[in-house]
Design a protein around this ligand. Structure first.
Ligand code: ADP
Length: 226
Protein backbone atom coordinates (compact mmCIF):
# COMPACT_ATOMS: atom_id res chain seq x y z
CA UNK A 1 0.00 0.00 0.00
CA UNK A 2 1.36 3.42 -0.94
CA UNK A 3 2.09 5.69 2.03
CA UNK A 4 -0.59 8.26 2.84
CA UNK A 5 -0.46 11.93 1.98
CA UNK A 6 -2.11 15.27 2.72
CA UNK A 7 -2.98 16.78 -0.62
CA UNK A 8 -5.06 19.65 -1.96
CA UNK A 9 -6.21 19.71 -5.58
CA UNK A 10 -6.94 23.11 -7.14
CA UNK A 11 -8.35 23.89 -10.56
CA UNK A 12 -11.15 25.73 -12.32
CA UNK A 13 -14.64 24.29 -12.49
CA UNK A 14 -14.48 21.51 -15.07
CA UNK A 15 -10.70 21.06 -14.77
CA UNK A 16 -11.30 17.43 -13.73
CA UNK A 17 -10.68 17.75 -9.99
CA UNK A 18 -13.39 15.26 -9.03
CA UNK A 19 -12.22 12.60 -11.48
CA UNK A 20 -8.56 13.02 -10.58
CA UNK A 21 -9.21 13.04 -6.84
CA UNK A 22 -11.07 9.75 -7.14
CA UNK A 23 -8.14 8.12 -9.00
CA UNK A 24 -5.63 9.57 -6.53
CA UNK A 25 -7.67 8.38 -3.55
CA UNK A 26 -7.46 4.82 -4.93
CA UNK A 27 -3.77 5.13 -5.77
CA UNK A 28 -2.74 6.48 -2.36
CA UNK A 29 -5.54 4.78 -0.37
CA UNK A 30 -6.55 8.04 1.25
CA UNK A 31 -10.00 9.57 1.59
CA UNK A 32 -11.29 12.01 -1.02
CA UNK A 33 -12.87 14.91 0.86
CA UNK A 34 -14.95 17.04 -1.50
CA UNK A 35 -16.70 20.09 -0.04
CA UNK A 36 -19.06 20.21 -3.05
CA UNK A 37 -20.09 16.56 -2.50
CA UNK A 38 -20.52 17.14 1.26
CA UNK A 39 -22.70 20.18 0.63
CA UNK A 40 -24.78 18.42 -2.05
CA UNK A 41 -25.36 15.57 0.41
CA UNK A 42 -26.45 18.09 3.08
CA UNK A 43 -28.88 19.63 0.54
CA UNK A 44 -30.25 16.18 -0.29
CA UNK A 45 -30.73 15.33 3.39
CA UNK A 46 -32.37 18.73 4.04
CA UNK A 47 -30.11 19.49 7.03
CA UNK A 48 -29.90 23.08 8.37
CA UNK A 49 -26.52 23.42 6.56
CA UNK A 50 -28.06 22.09 3.35
CA UNK A 51 -30.97 24.54 3.54
CA UNK A 52 -28.53 27.40 4.00
CA UNK A 53 -26.25 26.19 1.20
CA UNK A 54 -28.79 25.42 -1.55
CA UNK A 55 -29.60 28.93 -2.72
CA UNK A 56 -25.97 30.11 -2.71
CA UNK A 57 -24.82 26.97 -4.56
CA UNK A 58 -27.52 27.29 -7.23
CA UNK A 59 -26.39 30.86 -7.87
CA UNK A 60 -22.72 29.81 -7.98
CA UNK A 61 -21.81 31.91 -4.92
CA UNK A 62 -19.41 30.80 -2.18
CA UNK A 63 -20.46 29.86 1.34
CA UNK A 64 -18.81 31.63 4.27
CA UNK A 65 -15.23 30.71 5.18
CA UNK A 66 -16.07 29.90 8.82
CA UNK A 67 -18.93 27.61 7.90
CA UNK A 68 -16.82 25.72 5.35
CA UNK A 69 -13.82 25.40 7.64
CA UNK A 70 -15.96 24.08 10.45
CA UNK A 71 -17.36 21.40 8.11
CA UNK A 72 -13.90 20.53 6.73
CA UNK A 73 -12.06 20.47 10.06
CA UNK A 74 -14.74 18.24 11.58
CA UNK A 75 -14.27 15.80 8.68
CA UNK A 76 -10.46 15.91 8.80
CA UNK A 77 -10.51 15.14 12.53
CA UNK A 78 -11.99 11.68 11.83
CA UNK A 79 -9.67 8.71 12.18
CA UNK A 80 -9.26 7.78 8.48
CA UNK A 81 -8.07 11.24 7.43
CA UNK A 82 -6.14 11.78 10.64
CA UNK A 83 -4.20 8.53 10.25
CA UNK A 84 -3.55 8.32 6.50
CA UNK A 85 -4.24 11.82 5.23
CA UNK A 86 -6.67 13.14 2.61
CA UNK A 87 -7.19 14.55 -0.82
CA UNK A 88 -9.03 17.78 -0.38
CA UNK A 89 -11.16 18.94 -3.32
CA UNK A 90 -13.00 22.28 -3.29
CA UNK A 91 -11.24 23.70 -0.24
CA UNK A 92 -9.44 26.00 0.27
CA UNK A 93 -11.14 28.31 -2.19
CA UNK A 94 -10.03 31.63 -0.69
CA UNK A 95 -6.74 32.77 0.84
CA UNK A 96 -8.50 33.07 4.21
CA UNK A 97 -9.56 29.41 4.00
CA UNK A 98 -5.96 28.46 3.14
CA UNK A 99 -4.69 30.32 6.22
CA UNK A 100 -7.31 28.68 8.42
CA UNK A 101 -6.46 25.24 7.03
CA UNK A 102 -2.73 25.76 7.61
CA UNK A 103 -3.38 26.84 11.21
CA UNK A 104 -5.71 23.92 11.81
CA UNK A 105 -3.21 21.35 10.46
CA UNK A 106 -0.25 22.63 12.53
CA UNK A 107 2.20 21.20 13.56
CA UNK A 108 1.71 19.23 10.33
CA UNK A 109 1.32 20.82 6.92
CA UNK A 110 0.05 19.90 3.48
CA UNK A 111 2.45 17.67 1.56
CA UNK A 112 1.56 19.17 -1.81
CA UNK A 113 -0.99 21.37 -3.57
CA UNK A 114 -1.67 20.31 -7.15
CA UNK A 115 -3.09 22.86 -9.57
CA UNK A 116 -4.72 21.24 -12.59
CA UNK A 117 -4.46 23.69 -15.49
CA UNK A 118 -7.03 23.68 -18.29
CA UNK A 119 -7.80 26.62 -20.64
CA UNK A 120 -11.16 28.32 -19.96
CA UNK A 121 -12.44 27.57 -23.49
CA UNK A 122 -12.00 23.87 -22.75
CA UNK A 123 -13.62 23.90 -19.29
CA UNK A 124 -16.67 25.67 -20.76
CA UNK A 125 -17.07 22.85 -23.30
CA UNK A 126 -16.63 20.22 -20.59
CA UNK A 127 -19.13 21.82 -18.20
CA UNK A 128 -21.84 22.09 -20.87
CA UNK A 129 -21.51 18.36 -21.47
CA UNK A 130 -21.01 17.27 -17.80
CA UNK A 131 -23.51 14.89 -16.17
CA UNK A 132 -23.27 13.46 -12.63
CA UNK A 133 -24.85 10.67 -10.60
CA UNK A 134 -27.24 12.11 -7.99
CA UNK A 135 -26.37 9.34 -5.53
CA UNK A 136 -22.59 8.79 -5.68
CA UNK A 137 -21.42 11.83 -7.65
CA UNK A 138 -19.69 9.78 -10.40
CA UNK A 139 -18.92 11.95 -13.42
CA UNK A 140 -20.13 11.37 -16.98
CA UNK A 141 -20.54 13.51 -20.08
CA UNK A 142 -22.57 13.56 -23.26
CA UNK A 143 -19.68 11.73 -24.94
CA UNK A 144 -18.77 9.41 -22.01
CA UNK A 145 -22.23 8.15 -21.05
CA UNK A 146 -23.17 5.37 -18.64
CA UNK A 147 -23.52 1.92 -20.22
CA UNK A 148 -27.33 1.78 -19.82
CA UNK A 149 -29.33 4.94 -20.44
CA UNK A 150 -28.65 7.57 -17.76
CA UNK A 151 -28.21 5.00 -14.96
CA UNK A 152 -24.93 5.21 -13.04
CA UNK A 153 -22.49 2.35 -13.81
CA UNK A 154 -21.14 2.53 -10.25
CA UNK A 155 -24.27 2.59 -8.07
CA UNK A 156 -27.36 2.50 -10.29
CA UNK A 157 -28.34 6.08 -9.37
CA UNK A 158 -29.85 8.58 -11.79
CA UNK A 159 -27.35 10.56 -13.91
CA UNK A 160 -28.37 14.20 -14.46
CA UNK A 161 -27.02 17.67 -15.18
CA UNK A 162 -25.98 19.47 -11.96
CA UNK A 163 -28.36 22.24 -10.88
CA UNK A 164 -25.48 24.73 -10.81
CA UNK A 165 -24.25 23.79 -14.28
CA UNK A 166 -26.47 26.47 -15.86
CA UNK A 167 -24.78 29.05 -18.09
CA UNK A 168 -25.34 31.82 -15.50
CA UNK A 169 -24.05 29.88 -12.47
CA UNK A 170 -21.05 28.58 -14.44
CA UNK A 171 -19.97 32.06 -15.48
CA UNK A 172 -20.40 33.31 -11.89
CA UNK A 173 -18.35 30.38 -10.53
CA UNK A 174 -15.55 31.03 -13.03
CA UNK A 175 -15.59 34.74 -12.16
CA UNK A 176 -15.32 33.92 -8.44
CA UNK A 177 -12.57 31.41 -9.22
CA UNK A 178 -10.46 34.14 -10.89
CA UNK A 179 -11.10 36.64 -8.09
CA UNK A 180 -10.90 34.49 -4.98
CA UNK A 181 -9.35 31.12 -5.78
CA UNK A 182 -6.68 31.85 -8.42
CA UNK A 183 -4.68 33.97 -5.88
CA UNK A 184 -4.12 30.72 -3.96
CA UNK A 185 -1.78 29.57 -6.74
CA UNK A 186 0.73 32.34 -5.93
CA UNK A 187 0.11 31.91 -2.21
CA UNK A 188 1.04 28.21 -2.24
CA UNK A 189 3.84 28.80 -4.79
CA UNK A 190 5.43 31.30 -2.39
CA UNK A 191 5.29 28.64 0.35
CA UNK A 192 7.01 26.11 -1.95
CA UNK A 193 4.01 23.77 -1.80
CA UNK A 194 2.68 23.98 -5.36
CA UNK A 195 2.92 21.69 -8.39
CA UNK A 196 1.23 22.76 -11.63
CA UNK A 197 0.08 20.01 -13.96
CA UNK A 198 -1.61 20.22 -17.35
CA UNK A 199 -5.15 18.86 -17.20
CA UNK A 200 -5.57 18.35 -20.94
CA UNK A 201 -5.57 14.90 -22.55
CA UNK A 202 -7.09 11.69 -21.24
CA UNK A 203 -7.96 11.35 -17.52
CA UNK A 204 -5.36 8.54 -17.26
CA UNK A 205 -2.62 10.75 -18.76
CA UNK A 206 -3.47 13.52 -16.27
CA UNK A 207 -3.39 11.08 -13.33
CA UNK A 208 0.08 9.91 -14.43
CA UNK A 209 1.34 13.51 -14.51
CA UNK A 210 -0.07 14.19 -11.03
CA UNK A 211 1.39 11.00 -9.53
CA UNK A 212 4.78 11.89 -11.05
CA UNK A 213 4.59 15.38 -9.48
CA UNK A 214 3.69 13.87 -6.09
CA UNK A 215 6.49 11.31 -6.25
CA UNK A 216 9.05 13.93 -7.34
CA UNK A 217 8.07 15.99 -4.30
CA UNK A 218 8.21 12.98 -2.00
CA UNK A 219 11.69 12.09 -3.30
CA UNK A 220 12.88 15.66 -2.80
CA UNK A 221 11.70 15.36 0.81
CA UNK A 222 13.83 12.25 1.29
CA UNK A 223 11.08 9.73 0.48
CA UNK A 224 8.73 10.79 3.27
CA UNK A 225 5.83 13.15 3.68
CA UNK A 226 5.23 14.83 7.05
P1 ADP B 1 -17.35 23.64 -8.67
O1 ADP B 1 -15.87 23.49 -8.38
O2 ADP B 1 -17.77 23.02 -9.95
O3 ADP B 1 -17.85 25.05 -8.52
P2 ADP B 1 -18.01 22.15 -6.20
O4 ADP B 1 -18.75 20.89 -6.33
O5 ADP B 1 -16.60 22.11 -5.71
O6 ADP B 1 -18.17 22.84 -7.60
O7 ADP B 1 -18.81 23.17 -5.24
C1 ADP B 1 -20.18 23.48 -5.48
C2 ADP B 1 -20.58 24.73 -4.67
O8 ADP B 1 -20.42 24.48 -3.27
C3 ADP B 1 -19.76 25.99 -4.93
O9 ADP B 1 -20.20 26.71 -6.07
C4 ADP B 1 -20.01 26.76 -3.63
O10 ADP B 1 -21.30 27.34 -3.60
C5 ADP B 1 -19.99 25.66 -2.57
N1 ADP B 1 -18.62 25.42 -2.04
C6 ADP B 1 -17.89 24.28 -2.18
N2 ADP B 1 -16.69 24.40 -1.58
C7 ADP B 1 -16.65 25.65 -1.03
C8 ADP B 1 -15.68 26.38 -0.29
N3 ADP B 1 -14.47 25.86 0.01
N4 ADP B 1 -15.98 27.65 0.09
C9 ADP B 1 -17.17 28.20 -0.19
N5 ADP B 1 -18.14 27.57 -0.90
C10 ADP B 1 -17.89 26.31 -1.32
Amino acid sequence: MAAGARLVVLGKQGAGKGTQCLSLSHHYVVTHVSTGDMLREAVKQGTPLGRKAKELMDRGELLGDDLIMEMVSTRLAESDTKDRGFILDGCPRTVDQARMLTDWLAPFDLDLVIDIEVPTSQVLRRLASRRVCVDCGANYSLTARPMIGWTCDVCGGEVVQREDDTEEAISRRLEIYELQTAPLIDWYQARGQLAQVSGTGSPEAVTKRIVRAIEDTRNRKGGRFS
